[in-house]
Design a protein around this ligand. Structure first.
Ligand code: NAD
Length: 284
């Protein structure tokens, strides 16, 4: 089975920094790659803040925090990922951007290396087909916040070999995650069910069903959900949700997956949720 020792993570945003932290916490050497210093610094600060919370809660001690941090090597040079056994891309949810990065990684990495995408909705085989190793390409879909959430969806395409699926199942267990196998269809398992629900909450709000606060309260107290749909939308990112909805609607032509006008307008206004300080709610 392909042995994974060094992991490269592309994108240090919400997901990428969490993936890098989780891999480093499991003992892997990690390269965290970004396009520029500012988002890289932002990602490293997020890892430090997250590890600090683990220390405060007594889940790790300071020595372990330092060891984990030392395992993450931030870089703006993609070339540094050359020796990775596994590369996970977690950049913007855009097919052209991901395809361009996959082509670069494919040219750079050793033939044994595995290439994974953290895409929420794009077609994994389309990315795999851009490489010379489609049998070693799979989806590895983490959940936010990555260091906390237990689930990992492993997406097997028409071309992914069973050896790679087995290696990824073993890898996810080493991360302390529970893997499930998903087919290469937009949204996989969780977002296929979750995204229409979130979009439906926006449509209800647009139609004046109730205030967003009351819709959130209703779903938390009535269904036992830890977050209401608007809190969750702000947490996931309205831009990311919008891209996912567009891709799912494009594939299935199911009206429940179409992005509602309000979501589009909030994104156009730059209100992406928590990460931009404003979404459905405002954040300090
Ligand atoms: P984000 O906007 O927080 O971060 C994306 C980062 O990628 C940015 O910092 C950007 O500078 C960087 N980037 C762009 N092009 C790059 C390149 N060529 N090389 C290196 N870095 C590059 O986005 P996110 O929420 O972290 O989402 C990333 C991916 O994870 C998307 O595909 C998304 O669908 C998926 N995802 C998101 C969530 C979620 O809850 N937000 C959950 C699961 C999966």
């Amino acid at each position: 089975m392909t042995e994974i020792r060094t992991v490269g993570v592309c994108g240090a945003g919400l997901m990428g920094n969490g993936i890098a932290q989780t891999c480093a916490s499991a003992g892997y050497d990690v390269y965290l790659a970004e396009v520029a210093d500012a988002p890289l610094q932002h990602g490293m600060s997020a890892i430090e803040a997250s590890l600090e919370k683990f220390v405060e809660r007594g889940r790790i001690d300071r020595a372990e925090r330092d060891r984990v941090l030392a395992r993450v090597r931030p870089t703006t040079r993609l070339d540094d990922l050359r020796e990775c056994d596994l590369a996970i891309e977690a950049i913007v949810e855009n097919a052209e951007a991901k395809a361009a990065l996959f082509a670069q990684l494919d040219a750079l990495l050793a033939p044994h290396a595995i290439l994974c995408t953290n895409t929420s909705s794009l077609c994994v085989i389309e990315l795999a087909a851009k490489t010379a190793r489609p049998n070693r390409v799979a989806g590895l879909h983490f959940f936010n916040p990555v260091p906390i959430m237990k689930l990992l969806e492993i997406v097997k395409t028409i071309a992914t070999s069973q050896e790679i699926v087995d290696a990824l199942f073993a890898f996810s267990r080493k991360l302390g995650k529970e893997p499930i196998l998903a087919q290469d269809t937009p949204g996989f398992v969780v977002n296929r069910l979750l995204v229409p629900y979130l979009l439906s909450a926006i449509r209800c709000y647009e139609q004046g069903l109730a205030s967003k606060e009351d819709i959130d309260k209703g779903m938390k107290l009535g269904c036992g959900y830890p977050m209401g749909p608007f809190e969750l939308l702000d947490f996931v990112g309205l831009d990311t949700t919008y891209y996912i909805a567009e891709i799912m609607f494009d594939e299935f032509k199911d009206p429940t997956m179409a992005p509602p006008p309000l979501l589009k307008r909030l994104v156009l206004a730059g209100r992406y949720g928590r990460k931009s300080g404003k979404g459905f709610y405002e954040y300090a």
